[in-house]
Design a protein around this ligand. Structure first.
Ligand code: HEM
Ligand code: SF4
Length: 571
């Protein structure tokens, strides 16, 4: 195994904690692969699969694909086999991957916080229409995700992405996954610092670089210079968060080791200040620590959050400084997290006198046709570009003030409202059973129906209540940081298993970040979900004090009100 560490002279005094048993940390000499994923990455750099797709598999068809590529290295190209239709959630944990696989792929296209010009939005739309049975989702990692992709079409799809300045490279796999960038970078009137150039630099230097293509597991990056912390920095492996140093001015703090799934952890702020032009080096340092010291023995313990939990922020910073950067970082108190909404929905001021406009698809679902329609509208109204958000939303940038009204009307007609109901605005859903091989329940359709029903039942809701619908415990739609987080599972009713959810209540990121409260032995069926949420929300509306947010109410409310055992009526 080559020693890929990026290292000036290691400082002698940095004591690296040694786990009691070998965890497969390369830097401590454990370079023998300890599981089949590690073996596969050692057998061949996953980046090499690109050529096999272009020159062999796309020509010879699905059956020609080597299984180790199909269910392993393909992910580094943003390709992941999708679930065969008609297999219910009870079979998910029972069947082998080969039995769950369809001969079609999910394809994930990374946007990395880039501004998508109308031509790029049109290219994304055309791929959905021509190759993906008109599917397209906006995901909470700022990706566009397609389904029904045939291997034969991948070269042409990559051509179109290339022309649009986009890519699916390392959008899945044990790699530097798609970056979250502030959707309003460079334009928002209240921005602390524009981090666009830093994200561009990280992408240009390190995406596709073999020195960073074999991490212990996925590695998620976020960067924002906006005071609302609009990239969910708490839940990423590394996040750069805008901050102002009293002498040095605007720069970034570094947060490490966040992540959700079955063992959720909030990122640990290092309490430093780094200037814009050092972000890429620090990224490489943190990524290097993960690569070299990350736990590779068990996949379930391989994320950076486990290392950070064992080391603590101070030790992490010391190793970063001494072994990877060769210098000390400037200390600076971490910026406080605001409690404000982070989704940028509606019409807002830019610093150049123009406006930006955030619009809400329902639970992230769009389509190739809709994206093409959006490109038409952008051209018609002279919109400079679009960005995707970590909340499954789209923000249109650079709108002339006198074009806003007409644009908003056209957007409403297209199904992308800039003035959505609170429910449409604040509901997210992961991929779920429709296409995901790990799913237990349906999510996207369920979320759409839920939104429609809650809009009918609470048309005038005056405060945001976030609802995150997830098809399994992996928390791809961030179960634990929603007001109402739903984790898909099967529920037994009268001896029969039906789709349902475990409920996490009152989770929140930002100020007072806390994971949602799980109610003991409390599950709702998918069929009973509308009524359950109606009961809890009614209880909140009756019982809340002036201005009390949903999460704050949950923290003090009686369990029977949270469980929906009792529904309070308005006096
Ligand atoms: C062990 C397996 C997995 C874990 C632990 C996991 C975890 C996560 C987490 C925590 C996020 C949210 C990231 C963030 O923004 O903070 C995420 C996003 C996502 N993951 Fe997974 N994931 C897993 C497997 C999968 C699979 C198999 C799929 C296949 C469809 C998938 C699809 C997605 C999608 C689509 C998103 C973006 C969410 C959306 O907007 O739809 N994940 N994942
Ligand atoms: S939460 Fe589960 S069901 Fe939903 S996309 Fe993630 S892995 Fe699939």
């Amino acid at each position: 195994m080559p020693d890929l560490r990026y290292k000036p002279e290691p400082a002698k005094h940095t004591e690296i904690p040694r786990p009691k048993r070998a965890e497969g940390q390369w830097a401590l000499g454990y370079t023998e692969p300890l599981n089949k994923n590690e073996q596969s990455k050692k057998d061949d750099d996953p980046l090499n699969v690109r050529d096999r797709i272009l020159y062999i598999y796309s020509k010879r068809g699905f059956a020609s694909i080597d299984p180790a590529d199909l269910r392993g290295r393909f992910r580094w190209m943003g390709l992941y086999t999708q679930r065969k239709p008609g297999i219910d959630g009870g079979k998910t944990a029972v069947l082998d991957e080969e039995e769950l696989d369809d001969e079609y792929f999910m394809l994930r296209v990374r946007s990395d916080g880039q501004l998508l010009a109308p031509a790029a939005v049109r290219a994304l739309g055309s791929i959905g229409v021509d190759f993906a049975r008109d599917t397209a989702d906006v995901t909470d990692r700022e990706n566009i995700q397609y389904h029904w992709i045939r291997i034969e079409d991948v070269p042409e799809i990559w051509n179109r992405l290339d022309e649009a300045g986009l890519s699916s490279l390392e959008a899945c796999g044990d790699s530097p996954r798609p970056f979250l960038g502030s959707p309003v970078a460079g334009v928002a009137a209240d921005e602390i610092i524009d981090g666009t150039s830093a994200l561009d630099e990280i992408r240009a230097r390190y995406i596709g670089d073999p020195a960073f293509s074999n991490f212990p597991r996925k590695f998620k990056t976020a960067l924002t210079g906006h005071p609302s912390h609009d990239v969910s920095p708490e839940t990423n492996d590394v996040a750069f968060v805008g901050t102002t140093h009293p002498e040095h001015g605007p720069g970034f703090d570094v947060w490490v080791g966040g992540g959700l799934s079955t063992n959720p952890k909030l990122a640990v702020p290092l309490g430093v200040w780094i200037p814009l032009d050092e972000v890429a080096d620090v990224w490489a340092g943190v990524a290097g620590i993960f690569r070299d010291y990350g736990y590779r023995r068990l996949r379930s313990k391989a994320r950076l959050k486990f290392l950070v939990a064992d080391w603590g922020g101070e030790k992490f910073r010391e190793v970063l400084e001494n072994e990877y950067l060769g210098k000390k970082l400037v200390s600076c108190p971490s910026p406080p997290s605001p409690g404000t909404l982070r989704d940028h929905i509606g019409v807002h001021d830019q610093k150049d006198g123009k406006k930006y406009v955030g619009v809400a698809p329902t639970a992230g679902r769009v389509s190739g046709t809709l994206l093409t329609g959006l490109a038409d509208l952008m051209e018609k109204h002279g919109v400079a570009g679009a960005r995707l958000t970590p909340y499954q939303k789209i923000v249109l940038i650079g709108v002339e003030p006198d074009a806003v009204d007409a644009l908003l009307d056209d957007l409403d007609e297209l199904g992308l409202s800039a003035r959505p109901s609170q429910w449409r605005r604040s509901t997210m859903a992961c991929t779920g059973i429709e296409f995901c091989k790990l799913a237990i329940v349906d999510t996207k359709d369920r979320a759409r129906d839920l939104v429609a029903e809650l809009e009918r039942r609470f048309p005038d809701l005056d405060t945001p209540i976030t609802v995150n619908v997830n098809g399994c415990p992996n928390a791809c739609a961030r179960t634990q940081v929603a007001d109402i987080g739903l984790k898909g599972q099967l529920v037994t009713v009268d001896g029969e298993q039906v789709e349902g959810f475990q409920v996490h209540l009152g989770g929140t990121a930002g100020l007072d970040a806390v994971f949602g409260r799980k109610l003991r032995a409390h599950k709702v069926t998918s069929a009973g979900l509308d009524d359950y949420i109606t009961s809890v929300v009614s209880n909140y509306l009756v019982d809340r004090t002036d201005g009390e947010a949903f999460a704050a109410w949950v923290a003090r409310a009686d369990e029977e009100l949270l469980r929906g055992d009792k529904t309070l009526e308005k006096a």
